[in-house]
Design a protein around this ligand. Structure first.
Ligand SMILES: Nc1ncnc2c1ncn2[C@@H]1O[C@H](COP(=O)(O)OP(=O)(O)OP(=O)(O)O)[C@@H](O)[C@H]1O
Ligand SMILES: [Mg+2]
Length: 246
């Protein structure tokens, strides 16, 4: 397990232009003052759709010289330069050790990464098949189980996107192995299963600000639990009908 994290903190180092949409995002406001301080090998970012998690995580990845569309530090392809300018306004404090491995994964553009891997002909390390000949979830698991080697900084944006619940369990196991092998993860997620990862720190980003919370206090866990414990009642409430007693 890492004693000194690769990334210790991330904060705004200068004011964003007042008319920038970025200034209003909960995730960006979490970078004011001391910003986000990383205390654990695994840090999760949770928040509603549009809170700015992907924007933040992309700026972190770009600041660490990952390609904004995803991949390792070796990929420098670009299909669309759509990343925000946030990375120019943040300061990321690194630890003493330099990661030997690393990956920035964004579910939204994983297809492009698979294409780049094929184009480069670097299938070694990605399973026997081109990632395009595997399903979305299969190729993702191949990537984390075969390509992620340890001693790495892994920045993942909604890694659960393609995974079944059993796939998420495989991902949890693999994260634990890589943490044992001196890795650090920063993960944005909507998955309550993933949030149960032991000793992780969870930053919840809301309009009220950022708070470090235990997984049972995240809105993701609470909302999902309510549905799974009382599904008939939960869906009736959502759709606005009464349940008839037998
Ligand atoms: N160029 C832009 N101009 C104005 N607003 C933008 C621009 N790009 C992104 N946004 C807005 O920034 C907000 C944050 O987007 P972001 O993708 O970071 O959210 P998120 O927290 O990752 O959401 P999700 O959980 O849905 O993935 C969104 O409301 C989006 O519409
Ligand atoms: Mg997102």
């Amino acid at each position: 397990m890492l004693r000194d994290l690769y990334i210790r903190s991330m904060a705004l180092m200068e004011r964003l232009p007042a008319d920038s949409y970025l200034s209003a995002l909960p995730a960006v406001r979490a970078l004011e003052g001391p910003g986000l301080v990383f205390h654990r090998p695994v840090t999760f970012l949770v928040g509603e759709n549009g809170a700015g998690k992907s924007t933040l995580i992309e700026a972190l990845a770009v600041s660490q010289r990952f390609n904004p569309e995803g991949g390792s530090r070796h990929f420098s392809f670009s299909t669309a330069a759509t990343h925000s300018e946030l990375h120019s306004y943040v300061k990321v404090v690194r630890g003493a050790a330099y990661p030997r491995d690393g990956y920035f994964l964004r579910a939204e553009s994983f297809y492009n990464v698979a294409t780049a891997i094929d184009d480069l002909g670097v299938e070694a390390g990605y399973g026997d098949q081109s990632l395009h000949r595997q399903s979305h979830g299969e190729s993702f698991l191949t990537l984390v189980e075969k390509r992620f080697k340890g001693r790495g900084l892994y920045i993942l944006d909604e890694p659960e996107a393609a995974l079944s619940p059993t796939g998420i369990i495989r991902l949890i196991r693999r994260i634990a192995e890589l943490v044992e092998r001196d890795s650090q993860f920063v993960i944005s997620t909507h998955s309550p299963m993933l949030l149960t990862f032991p000793d992780a720190e969870i930053y919840q980003l809301t309009e009220e600000g950022v708070a470090s919370v235990p997984f049972r206090e995240t809105s993701h866990y609470r909302t999902t639990l309510r549905f799974l414990q009382h599904p008939d009642q939960a869906i009736a409430d959502v759709l606005g009908y009464e349940i008839e007693d037998d």
